[in-house]
Design a protein around this ligand. Structure first.
Ligand SMILES: C[S@@+](CC[C@H](N)C(=O)[O-])C[C@H]1O[C@@H](n2cnc3c(N)ncnc32)[C@H](O)[C@@H]1O
Length: 269
């Protein structure tokens, strides 16, 4: 394993493998390039414009943490929100900036770390972070940061990997290969699930504990549609999504919708 500091390895991994980067055939900077990125995003995560519509709206101040190539940020901007797109990878921030320009949309782009958000308390009406915080070392600290920058009554949408069928597979492989005796759970997940510098998975109970400061927490389990790209997993996808209770039990993504308490402040706040 590389000896570079973990955050450097995370940023450089996601610069090379950011979702959607391998898809477009059009030149970067063109409207078509970002159109192709967004078409792929919609193909695998068709439910996201609806989820975004629940919290977006004209004039809403939105922060996207870990914007990648910016598909969700562009959707927020299309729905009239004032968006700040942030990512640990400078390159992803630059591409998202190009994406706004090429698509004729407005948005502000910042290179930064979810664990240390460069914004004032209560600065945003909405904080959105999809598939990001399970890749950063201090996930709990990053969630506290989302809470801090959210205005009272503001809403947050976060997606974290869920301990579902993929977790069972990872654990089984760990036992079969004896990796479990040499590696931590996180190392096992990072190696066997998505080959990243760092990946973690959470149960619903663990997520509820992480988000305990938030109000009105609702959890939604989704099986990621991208697995259909792998011919060996098409049947698996069909089985998991056949009935909602199976998807809820074995699905791979946990979407957390919650808000910051709008009532009286707690001591120390
Ligand atoms: C799996 S990609 C998801 C991108 C995008 N949210 C999407 O749905 O396509 C993870 C993104 O999170 C970013 N990221 C990872 N750790 C981060 C951190 N600590 N702070 C900010 N961004 C981070 C990566 O650079 C990458 O762009």
């Amino acid at each position: 394993m590389s000896e570079a500091p973990i955050k450097k390895r995370i940023a450089s991994h996601w610069t090379r493998y950011v979702p959607g980067w391998d898809v477009p055939t059009a030149p970067l900077e063109s409207r078509e390039f970002f159109g192709q990125v967004d078409t792929r995003w919609l193909k695998f995560e068709h439910y996201l414009p609806g989820i975004i519509a629940e919290v977006a709206g004209p004039g809403k101040k939105v922060l996207e943490v870990g914007c990648g190539l910016g598909s969700a940020s562009r959707e927020f901007a299309r729905q009239g929100s004032q968006v700040v797109s942030m990512d640990l990878s400078f390159s992803n921030v630059q591409k998202t900036r190009l994406g706004y320009k090429a698509s004729g949309l407005r948005g502000y782009c910042v290179n930064g770390d979810a664990e240390k958000l460069p914004f004032k308390e209560g600065a945003f009406d909405v904080v959105y972070s999809y598939g990001v915080l399970h890749h950063t070392p201090d996930t709990a600290g990053a969630i506290q940061e989302l809470y801090r920058v959210l205005a009272r009554g503001g809403k947050s949408v976060v997606m974290l990997y869920k301990k579902g069928a993929s977790y069972a597979y990872v654990r089984l492989m760990g036992l079969v290969t004896r990796d479990s005796s040499r590696m931590s759970r996180e190392e096992l997940i990072s190696k066997r699930y998505d080959q990243t510098p760092l990946s973690k998975m959470y149960s619903k109970a663990e997520v509820r504990a992480l988000f305990r400061d938030f109000d009105d927490i609702r959890l939604q389990v989704i099986q990621y549609g991208g697995v259909r790209e792998n011919p060996k997993l098409v049947l698996y996808y069909k089985l998991i999504t056949l009935f909602p209770f199976i998807e809820n039990w074995l699905g791979s993504f946990l979407i957390i919708k919650c808000s910051k308490k709008s009532g009286r402040m707690r001591a120390g706040e």
